[in-house]
Design a binder for this molecule. Structure first.
Ligand SMILES: [Zn+2]
Ligand SMILES: [Zn+2]
Length: 271
């Protein structure tokens, strides 16, 4: 399924698609230093203990090169024509990041949950910040993916950055069909139990209920009757960049919200 076909079928997603494309193009125009790759063997103890890579003192990732990427991205968008709300918010964020010498460092630490920072527009900074960080971290995410033994993780949060999953994906065919969880921040995909809710895993190992969406062959909503959280699920393979991108399924968030379900991962939907 290609991008244009999807939009022709879902014209109400056009504005989200345009904004997503504009941010992606601005990010692609920024030159990015390659992150230093840690020695993963130093990190293996933390990995087995459930500490995500980016939060491990053993891995000790240097985030300083990500700071100018974030500032450049916000700066670039602040100087472009954008829908009114985003134009104002980008300008305010730009002023905030330029206002204090430490602001970019604090903003990156805030994205990683390490620091109290009060962004003027948290939803937009989260989205732009993770777009910048994901671009910087992409080689590291790939290297980590090759090193990682999936069976040693099986946790409900991202092994790279620690975020809650934004989406799920079912791959392969039964028996032996696997469920992957997908991070909306750093784009890592990791394996998780096939059944059960990743948001209240201490509860009984109950099944999630699946809600089919009329006209959507590849997408459904899995939700938990216990905690009422939901997970948008891509029921296929080969079009991950389309179906696992949050903006392509914002209509599912609206359906879930109308049913009183809760989204527990950050989303473009909040913007
Ligand atoms: Zn992540
Ligand atoms: Zn639950």
């Amino acid at each position: 399924m290609i991008h244009d076909v999807w939009l022709a079928k879902h014209p109400y997603l056009q504005r989200a698609a345009d904004f997503h494309a504009q941010v992606a193009a601005a990010a692609a125009g920024i030159s990015v230093a390659r992150p230093h790759t840690p020695n993963f063997d130093d990190y293996v103890g933390d990995y087995k203990a459930g500490i995500p890579l980016l939060r491990s003192s053993q891995a000790a990732i240097d985030f300083e090169p990500a700071e100018p990427i974030l500032v450049s991205l916000v700066e670039s968008l602040a100087s472009q024509p954008l829908p009114e709300k985003f134009a104002d918010e980008c300008r305010v964020l730009h002023t905030q990041l330029r206002g204090e010498m430490n602001a970019p460092r604090q903003a990156v630490a805030w994205l990683l949950d390490n620091e109290v920072f009060e962004p003027a527009h948290p939803g937009l900074l989260h989205y732009l910040g993770w777009t910048a960080l994901a671009r910087f971290l992409s080689p590291l995410v790939d290297g980590f993916g090759s090193w990682r033994v999936e069976e040693h993780w099986f946790r409900s949060y991202c092994p790279t950055c620690g975020s809650a999953p934004a989406m799920a994906q079912l791959v392969g065919i039964d028996p032996g069909r696997l469920r992957l969880l997908s991070c909306g921040c750093c784009s890592t995909r990791w394996r998780y139990r096939r059944i059960g809710c990743p948001f209240c895993e201490s509860a009984d190992d109950h099944r999630l209920s699946a809600l089919a969406i009329e006209g959507e062959k590849y997408l459904r909503i899995d939700y938990c009757q216990s905690c009422h959280a939901y997970l948008k699920t891509y029921n296929g393979e080969g079009s991950e960049s389309l179906f696992l991108a949050d903006w392509t399924s914002l209509h599912l968030d609206i359906i879930a919200c109308d049913r009183g379900l809760k989204r527990l991962a950050a989303s473009l939907y909040e913007l």
